[in-house]
Design a binder for this molecule. Structure first.
Ligand SMILES: [Zn+2]
Ligand SMILES: [Zn+2]
Length: 762
């Protein structure tokens, strides 16, 4: 064969070949098929492939130099580019179309999209009797379906997911290979012939729910317990079996219109509800429906046992095709859809475990044969002071990495105790696990360890240090100590502030106000209403709430009336305790012994909410975490500040006058308004004073109390008014779910500056 010299080309740039290296959310989101369509449309040859760091593209042809812009302008709906490098490479000249090449590399640095709720296009196919996927409970495409929960390792391909167990039929294989198909290279693709199967016929599941039975249903990231939310008997039975006394149940509805019949839905909330990550959205019920057994509208009245009188309702839309089928076939107004677990344990994902553990809770256990590889409870979101806030970042959000402003060494953050998660940082990416839960049971502790192992498997990082809480006895701290890595103990509220700073790329020193339930201070103090100056690893306590009495320690957190009683005693009104809290069997004893109890104190904002809820008579006890605070918030209609009811001295915010006034009040609504308004005003003054003294203008607000709407809205307004830049968690939870990320960030900084060694602390 003779090699012919290449004929001269009419345009010099006809031989342009560019190599694009793209990182970001580019795997598992239909990125390669889109690149294929765009390149073919521009008449370019070359290839695209997933690799260790994201996606590599080579394009050759006259339009090659325009390709990067073209790509940015036509990203698939779920894709997001963090970095894109575009460089010239030697042209190959043997134009032979554009191909998708097999994945390369070990997955280091690549990343994966979270699970995605069923999309509109798939729903309409599922509802079309002429479609071959009519009624198919596992319909999925490039834009929807399981991702994280089915991924065993990266790079993301059919074989590395639990869908690898289902060989594609000829028809599905054709779509998978057809660049014109919506399912071109869609890894979860399947059909009734080749896909997973439900354990029970749809009609049987619908009939059970209609009959008021409790049904365990395998979802994307775990099992749910479901029942008809309009049937009081069913919901009450679920409460009894789940031993869940008062915490409201999440409710699934068919669509936004159905949500609007049960709650007030603003446009921002509708957007959250419809989001591809499909979180549970905390909404306000209309005032008229806050009374139990309200007269019905459109035939959908929630059973009183769903919310137990709390006006906040957690609603979400169907996540999986099966959920949508249940509403289509059953016509339900609303279904309770609560995580299936045995009290305090993580959500059940394993089919054997489901049969063993859920048969006591459910009348029917509906399973299927697609394995859930990773546990991911439902995410929970709320619009707080105009900003969508993820109170629980989980299914749909994890493991979407956060892009950091700087590169850090590979490190781990192990989390605290409540709402535990784990985080890993590698270079400029921080990945937070799905919500694990409170580490109070051996199952939860095991799930926490599993979440870390899986995150390390996926990211393939070799951590060089681990950040943990200051509390020596947390299971998370003890777990960190078994990892054989240099340790860094990170103060709880410092970690909260660092998480927000990492999210918002804040590199300058900030004033951080952290309001939460409890976190260890450096000397084992019970902190939780802290004003800090944070400059990376360095932090300083500038102020805090005046200490509240905490009679009986943890018991007082469960029984806010005890804190209220101790406050009454402090105000010289111990004689009121027994009558005020006559419903509490221990009240009389407490009133007698109040002077003799060993003194214990906390600066916790959470306990201040508790005390206020008890003093206003709204909630003497916490039957679930933060119940008293939620009832106090729910009672607030229009916060009012009385600037005479607090004082600030040396950075200490004293709210005793406010608490006295609450004890005097008779109207709980007025009390709730006065509390929120005055507390916010006091906190804002504390922050503004400190910011001026320190010469800083960036203010970080963090901690679980930031989920409180009236408090956050008032503080935001006052701090904005003072010309300060306010930073709150948006993608990360404001509460303890983000602590792991702050700890990892601290560990990364510490490794970088050589400050970490065995047993280090900051
Ligand atoms: Zn779809
Ligand atoms: Zn098929």
């Amino acid at each position: 064969m003779t090699a012919h010299p290449r004929a001269p080309l009419p345009f010099a740039d006809a031989l342009t070949r560019r190599r694009l290296v793209v990182t970001g959310r580019v795997q598992g989101v239909g990125f390669r098929p889109q690149v294929h369509r765009l390149a073919t449309g521009l008449g370019l040859s070359g290839f695209v492939r997933n690799d260790g760091h994201g996606v590599t593209i080579e394009v050759e042809g006259a339009a090659a130099h325009r390709f990067a812009d073209h790509l940015r302008a036509h990203l698939p709906p779920l894709a997001r580019i963090d970095t894109l490098t575009d460089s010239a490479v030697a042209a190959e000249g043997r134009a032979a179309g554009f191909v998708i090449r097999d994945s390369e590399g070990d997955g280091t640095g690549a990343r994966l999209a979270p699970d995605v709720a069923v999309c509109e296009a798939c729903l309409s196919e599922m509802r079309d009797p002429a479609n071959r996927r009519f009624g198919h409970a596992f319909i999925a495409c490039t834009d929807c379906g399981p991702r994280f929960s089915m991924t065993k390792r990266l790079p993301y391909d059919r074989a590395t997911t639990t869908m690898g167990d289902f060989p594609m039929c000829a028809a599905c294989a054709r779509e998978y290979a057809d660049p014109a198909s919506r399912r071109f290279h869609a890894e979860p693709i399947c059909c009734p012939d080749c896909g997973p199967r439900l354990s029970h016929p749809l009609d049987e599941i619908v009939a059970a729910l209609r009959a008021g039975r409790i049904v365990a249903i395998k979802g994307l990231g775990g099992y749910h317990l479901a029942c008809d939310a309009t049937k009081e008997d069913a919901v009450a039975a679920l409460r009894l079996r789940k031993r869940r006394e008062a915490k409201p149940f999440a409710v699934m509805v068919a669509d936004v219109a159905a949500a609007g019949r049960l709650a007030c839905v603003t446009p921002a909330e509708a957007t959250l509800l419809r989001g591809a990550d499909r979180p549970i959205v905390l909404l306000d019920q209309p005032v008229a429906s806050r009374l139990p057994l309200r007269g019905g509208r459109d035939g959908c009245d929630l059973a009183p046992s769903v919310t137990m009188g709390l006006p906040t309702l957690g609603l979400f839309l169907p996540v999986t095709p099966l959920h949508a089928l249940l509403f289509d076939r059953g016509g339900f107004g609303a279904l309770v859809m609560t995580s299936a677990n045995v009290a305090g344990d993580p959500i059940v994902i394993d089919d054997e475990e489901a049969r063993a553990k859920l048969s006591d809770l459910a009348d029917l256990v509906v399973s299927h044969d697609r394995v859930i590889r990773v546990r991911a409870d439902d995410g929970v979101a709320r619009v707080v002071a105009g900003v969508p806030t993820f109170i629980r970042r989980s299914r749909g959000q994890a493991p979407e990495p956060l892009h950091l402003a700087r590169q850090l060494p590979p490190v781990i953050g192990i989390g605290a105790h409540l709402k535990a998660t784990v985080a890993v940082i590698d270079r400029d990416q921080a990945t937070l696990s799905a919500h694990v839960g409170d580490l109070d049971s051996t199952a939860a502790i095991a799930a926490h360890e599993q979440a870390l192992r899986h995150l390390l498997d996926l990211t393939r990082i070799r951590p060089v240090a681990v950040g943990h809480d200051l509390h020596p006895d947390f299971p998370s701290t003890r777990f960190a100590q078994t990892l054989g890595l240099p340790l860094l103990a990170v103060q709880h509220h410092h970690a909260h502030a660092l998480a927000v700073m990492a999210e918002h790329h804040l590199t300058r020193p900030v004033i951080a106000l952290v309001l939460d339930g409890v976190g260890y201070g450096p000397g084992g103090e019970v902190w939780g209403g802290e004003l800090l100056r944070v400059d990376g690893l360095a932090w300083q306590r500038l102020g805090h709430l005046a200490p509240l009495p905490l009679p009986g320690g943890d018991r007082a957190a469960r029984e806010p009336w005890r804190i209220a009683a101790a406050l009454l005693a402090r105000f010289g009104r111990a004689d009121e305790i027994a009558t005020r809290f006559a419903d509490q069997p221990q009240a009389a004893t407490m009133a007698r012994n109040i002077g003799r109890l060993p003194p214990a104190f906390t600066t916790s904002a959470g306990r201040l909410f508790d005390a206020a809820a008890a003093l206003t008579g709204l909630a003497p006890v916490n039957r679930f975490e933060a119940e008293a605070a939620m009832r106090l918030e729910a009672a607030a209609t229009e916060p009012v500040a009385d600037l005479g009811l607090y004082s600030i001295e040396n950075g200490i915010l004293d709210l005793d006058p406010l608490m006295r006034s609450l004890a005097d009040g008779t109207d709980p609504v007025m009390g709730a308004n006065l509390f929120h308004g005055t507390f916010a005003a006091g906190l804002a003054e504390l922050v503004i004073t400190a910011a001026a003294a320190e010469g800083l203008s960036d203010v970080v607000l963090a901690g679980g109390c930031l989920a409180n709407r009236p408090l956050t809205a008032q503080m935001q307004r006052l701090l904005d008014g003072a010309g300060l830049s306010v930073w709150r968690a948006c993608q990360l939870p404001p509460g303890d779910g983000a602590v792991a990320l702050g700890q990892a960030f601290a560990a990364g900084l510490a490794v970088e500056c050589g400050a970490v060694e065995s047993g280090g602390s900051c």
